[in-house]
Design a binder for this molecule. Structure first.
Ligand code: ATP
Ligand code: MG
Length: 439
C-alpha cells in the first residue's frame, strides 16, 4: 500500500498539518482514567464475588459472526460496523472491529469446546467496542463495555443473578438514580403470532411512522417499539405488547424472575415496550435507565436472555442470559453525581536541598516506591522553592527536605502539608514509610 503524501515539509518551513484521532474516538488521560480504573476495579470485584470468570476475545472478528449473531436487520450490522478485507489472499474474508462482545464470547466458547452437554459458564468481560454512529455525549465510535454472560442455565434464577450483579455494580459505584426496566418478549415460538398482531396494528399507521420505522415494518417490526422518536412512541403506546402473547412457560419464567428480584429487594418496573435490538433475545429483557437527562443516551446497561444464539452460531442448543453496560455512560452518570475519583496524589515528596540530598532522595524514593508508596522526587536538580511548588501542585500529603545536614544528622523534618505540623523522623525508608502511612 502506498503511504499517503507528506502533508508538509519541515525544511521549507511549511507547518505540518497535525494528524487527528478518528472521529468519535477519544484520547484518555490520567485525570479521567483514575475514575475509569476505579470503575473497572469495582466491576471485576463484583463479578468475581458473583463467581464469574473473566474472558477476553479478539477485538477483530469475522464480520460474518455478527451477521449471524446479531442479525442483518439490526442497526449494528446494517449501518454501524467498521468492516475491512482480510489481507490473506488464500482465505479472503471480511473482518470487522467488534461492535459488541456477546457474539465473540459465544463463538470463543463453541470454538474452544466449552459448550458441551451439561456445561455451565459464568463469564464477564471489559473492553472496547466499535460502532460507526453519529458521535454525541454518551455515544462514541470507540466505546467500552462491561458485560457478562451466563451460559447453560435456562432457569429464572440465572436471570435474577445476572440482574443482581448489575444492581450490585451500580450500588458499589454509588450510582443510585437508575431504574430497572423489565419485560419478557417470549419465546421464538410466540414471536410469529405476536409479529402478526403488531403488524396488523401498525400498518394503518404506516404513513405517520418515521422512515426508519417504515423500513423496520418490513425488516424487524419489533424494533419499532424501541424507537426513540416521540411520534413513533405515541403510536406504539397502544400497540399490542409482547407480554400479552407469552406462552404459559414464558409467563411462568417471567413471574419467577419478578419474584426472585422481589426476594432480593431489587426494585423494578415492568416496561411492556421494552425490546432489544438484537434478534437472538428470548424471554427476559431489561435495561437500567438513568434518570439524569442524557436523553436517548440514558440507558447504561441493557441485557436479557438469548436462548437462540448458541445454535445460531453453530453450537448445541444452550440457554444463556447476560448484559452489556456502557462504561462511558456510567462515567457520565458518576461525574453528574459527583462520584469521580481524583488522580492519586503522592503520599510524600522528597525534596533535595543540595547535590548529596538529591542523590539520597533518589535512593529513598526508589526503596519507598518499591514498597508501594506513591513518592514524588525532583529529576532536574531544581531549587527547594521550585520543588515545594511542585509538591503543592501535586497535592503531596507529606514533604521532607533532605540535604547534607539531614544526612549527617540521620533525621529529617517530615511536614504534614494539610496540618502544617512537622515531625522529626529518622532518615530511612522504613521510618519514612511508617510515618507517611500514618502507622
Ligand atoms: P442505544 O439504544 O443507546 O443505541 P444499544 O441498544 O445500541 O443502545 P447495546 O447494543 O445493548 O446498546 O449496548 C449496551 C450498552 O452499551 C448500551 O446500553 C450503552 O450503555 C452502551 N453503548 C451502546 N452503544 C454505545 C456507543 N456508541 N457509545 C457509548 N456507549 C454505547
Ligand atoms: Mg445503538
Amino acid at each position: 500500500m502506498a503511504l499517503p503524501d507528506v502533508v508538509g515539509d519541515v525544511e521549507s518551513g511549511v507547518a505540518m498539518e497535525t494528524v487527528r484521532a478518528p472521529k468519535g474516538m477519544n484520547d484518555l488521560f490520567e485525570d479521567e482514567l483514575a475514575t475509569w480504573r476505579h470503575l473497572e476495579r469495582t466491576v471485576r470485584e463484583v463479578f468475581l464475588a458473583y463467581g464469574f470468570g473473566e474472558v477476553r476475545t479478539p477485538i477483530v472478528e469475522e464480520a460474518e459472526l455478527f451477521v449471524r449473531g446479531v442479525g442483518e436487520g439490526t442497526d449494528i450490522v446494517g449501518k454501524e460496523m467498521f468492516i475491512f478485507p482480510d489481507r490473506d489472499p488464500k482465505a479472503p474474508k471480511q473482518l470487522c472491529l467488534r461492535p459488541e462482545n456477546t457474539a465473540g464470547v459465544v463463538r470463543a466458547m463453541i470454538e474452544n469446546g466449552k459448550i458441551a452437554a451439561d456445561a455451565y459458564w459464568k463469564v464477564f468481560y471489559l473492553g472496547p467496542q466499535f460502532r460507526n454512529e453519529r458521535p454525541q455525549a454518551g455515544r462514541y465510535r470507540q466505546f467500552h463495555q462491561l458485560g457478562c454472560e451466563v451460559v447453560g442455565y435456562g432457569e429464572p434464577a440465572a436471570d435474577v443473578e445476572v440482574i443482581a450483579s448489575a444492581h450490585t455494580i451500580l450500588s458499589r459505584l454509588g450510582i443510585t438514580d437508575v431504574a430497572l426496566h423489565l419485560s419478557s418478549i417470549g419465546d421464538a415460538a410466540d414471536r410469529p403470532r405476536y409479529k402478526e398482531a403488531l403488524l396488523a396494528y401498525l400498518q394503518p399507521h404506516e404513513a405517520s411512522l418515521t422512515d426508519d420505522s417504515k423500513r423496520r415494518l418490513r425488516t424487524n417490526p419489533l424494533r419499532i417499539l424501541d424507537s426513540k422518536d416521540e411520534g413513533d412512541r405515541r403510536i406504539c403506546a397502544d400497540a399490542p405488547k409482547p407480554l400479552e402473547f407469552l406462552s404459559d412457560d414464558a409467563r411462568a419464567h417471567f413471574d419467577a424472575v419478578k419474584a426472585g428480584l422481589e426476594r432480593l429487594g431489587i426494585p423494578y418496573r415492568v416496561d411492556p415496550l421494552l425490546v432489544r435490538g438484537l434478534d437472538y433475545y428470548t424471554r427476559t429483557v431489561f435495561e437500567l435507565i438513568g434518570t439524569h437527562g442524557l436523553g436517548s443516551q440514558s440507558t447504561v446497561i441493557a441485557g436479557g436472555r438469548y436462548d437462540g444464539l448458541v445454535t445460531e452460531l453453530g453450537g448445541r442448543a444452550t440457554p444463556a442470559v447476560g448484559y452489556a453496560g456502557g462504561v462511558e455512560r456510567l462515567l457520565l452518570v458518576m461525574r453528574a453525581l459527583g462520584l469521580s475519583v481524583a488522580p492519586l496524589a503522592p503520599a510524600l515528596m522528597l525534596i533535595g536541598a543540595d547535590q548529596a540530598g538529591h542523590g539520597r532522595c533518589a535512593e529513598l524514593a526508589y526503596a519507598l516506591r518499591h514498597d508501594g508508596l506513591a513518592v514524588e522526587v525532583d529529576l532536574r536538580g531544581r531549587s527547594v522553592k521550585a520543588q515545594m511548588r511542585h509538591a503543592d501542585r501535586a497535592g503531596a500529603r507529606f514533604t521532607a527536605v533532605v540535604g547534607s545536614s539531614e544526612i549527617e544528622r540521620g533525621s529529617v523534618n517530615l511536614k504534614n502539608m494539610a496540618a502544617g505540623s512537622v515531625e522529626s523522623v529518622p532518615l530511612s525508608a522504613e521510618a519514612l514509610a511508617r510515618a507517611a502511612r500514618g502507622s
